[in-house]
Structure formats: structure tokens, C-alpha cells
Design a protein around this ligand. Structure first.
Ligand code: ADP
Ligand code: MG
Length: 158
């Protein structure tokens, strides 16, 4: 590759915000030449890495903006300990069909039985699936709606 192509390639990768490819390119081209990789393999590898990085960054952004008070995962929920919950029902909810169908889930029970844990865990599943999530509690929700109402932007807030 001549110097002009090399520099234009790097500058185009920056322009297109393909930062991971730009970072990996020089090293990977050397490795690819050494291991006689095909053009298809090189392109596939580089774009796969770019996608993975972008996906991870987007998940991190959505995790932050969701405002979960703690991180609770579905894998950490002990279904044997909480025998009143059917694991299959939660696994079905984790498919997130309810989000796409605009349905609500209500988790009812005394304090400390894992309602928030499951709510957060399902929220995290949604974040991982590319959905924007917002965590709130009733107090904050009502307060936020009251303020929005006073400011005449209730509809927008809802
Ligand atoms: N079945 C369970 N498996 C694992 N952790 C649980 C389980 N039930 C409750 N916990 C944990 O106990 C604590 C209280 O649960 P939480 O979800 O806040 O209860 P709730 O919202 O029902 O009051 C949390 O740290 C939660 O992770
Ligand atoms: Mg709770």
C-alpha cells in the first residue's frame, strides 16, 4: 500500500468513526500477511471487532442512563430459594416479548422477596437487547410527574 492510500484509509476510518478498525488495522494487517489470511477473513475480523466494541459501548451507555440503583442479574436469582416464583414465567418474560407488545408486569409480594432484583434483571436484559430503559421508584415518578404538570409538560413527560 502506498503512503497516500495508507493515510487516506486512516483518515477515512476516523471520519467514519470506525475507531476500533483504525486501532487494530496496522497490527492486524501484519498478522494477516504472516498468516496468509484472505481479504474476506481480514474484512470480516475487522468489522466484527468494530461491531463488538460499538455494541459494548452502547450497552454501557444505556446501562448508565437507565439509572439502576444496583446491578442484579437474572443468573444471580435463586429460584429454588424463592419457590413461589415459576422460573419458566421469568424466562418467558426475559424474551422481552412483553416490551414489544407494550404490556406491563406487576411484581407483588412482601418486602425482601426479590421483586426489585427481578425488575432490574429484566431491565438489564432489555438494555442488552438494545432497548432504552428507565428505572424509577414510585416516589420519584410521582414527584417528576407533579413537576412536569406544573411546568405544563405532563404529556411529554408521560
Ligand atoms: N431468590 C433470590 N435470589 C437471590 N437474591 C435474592 C433473592 N430474593 C431476594 N434476593 C436479594 O435480597 C435483597 C432484597 O431483594 P429485593 O429484590 O430488593 O426485594 P423486594 O424488591 O422484593 O423488596 C436483594 O439484594 C436481592 O438481590
Ligand atoms: Mg423492591
Amino acid at each position: 500500500m502506498n503512503n497516500f492510500s495508507y493515510e487516506r484509509l486512516h483518515s477515512n476510518l476516523q471520519y467514519l468513526k470506525l475507531n476500533t478498525i483504525e486501532e487494530l488495522l496496522d497490527n492486524y494487517l501484519e498478522i494477516a500477511a504472516r498468516d496468509s489470511k484472505t481479504t474476506m477473513e481480514v474484512l470480516d475480523y475487522l468489522f466484527e471487532q468494530e461491531k463488538k466494541h460499538k455494541e459494548a459501548a452502547a450497552i454501557e451507555r444505556r446501562m448508565k442512563s437507565a439509572g439502576f440503583p444496583v446491578k442484579k442479574m437474572l443468573e444471580d436469582f435463586d429460584f429454588e430459594f424463592q419457590s413461589s416464583i415459576d422460573k419458566k414465567v421469568i424466562e418467558d418474560l426475559a424474551t422481552l416479548r412483553f416490551v414489544h407488545n407494550a404490556e406491563n408486569i406487576v411484581l407483588l409480594g412482601p418486602p425482601g422477596v426479590g421483586k426489585s432484583h427481578l425488575a432490574i434483571a429484566l431491565g438489564i436484559e432489555a438494555v442488552k437487547a438494545g432497548i432504552s430503559v428507565h428505572f424509577t421508584n414510585t416516589g420519584n415518578l410521582i414527584e417528576g410527574l407533579k413537576i412536569a404538570n406544573r411546568e405544563g409538560i405532563l404529556e411529554k413527560k408521560i
